[in-house]
Design a protein around this ligand. Sequence first.
Ligand SMILES: [Zn+2]
Ligand SMILES: [Zn+2]
Length: 157
Amino acid sequence: MNLGDRICHNCFRRQDKLQRCGQCKFAHYCDRTCQRAAWPEHKVECGAIKAYGKVPNENIRLVARIMWRLDKEGSVVSDMQLTTLDELEDHINDMQEEDMKELKVDVHNFLDYWPRTSKQHTIDSISHIFGVVRPNVSKTRLGVPPSCWPVISHCPL
Ligand SMILES: [Zn+2]
Ligand SMILES: [Zn+2]
């Protein structure tokens, strides 16, 4: 069990016992109240995980959540300020060849995961978002859950 399994996907509180979403068996919540509160946003992700048949890696999940939020609100929240994604810097130009390869694999898997019923985006804009979130990826290895990355939501931890 990793750290992410013990953090409620809604309120980000750490709990020993969490209830799993009965649909995707992936999302975890303190209780039904948290589950219900998270549902409007989790609904699309939940369906995508079920259709994909597995949980994609954290980059892909994060990018998908950013895209869904963008499609809904036209912006993402970054440090409590609204920022449009075009203003965020991607790091594609400073990337090493190995990282570029990983990014391409992620983009490819993302396209399989992204539901056909959601708004479709160009490969360029998808790559841009992967480039934006990439520096945050190392933070997950330090134990910060992906749901907590500042690019997508203000982190209460
Ligand atoms: Zn909770
Ligand atoms: Zn679910």
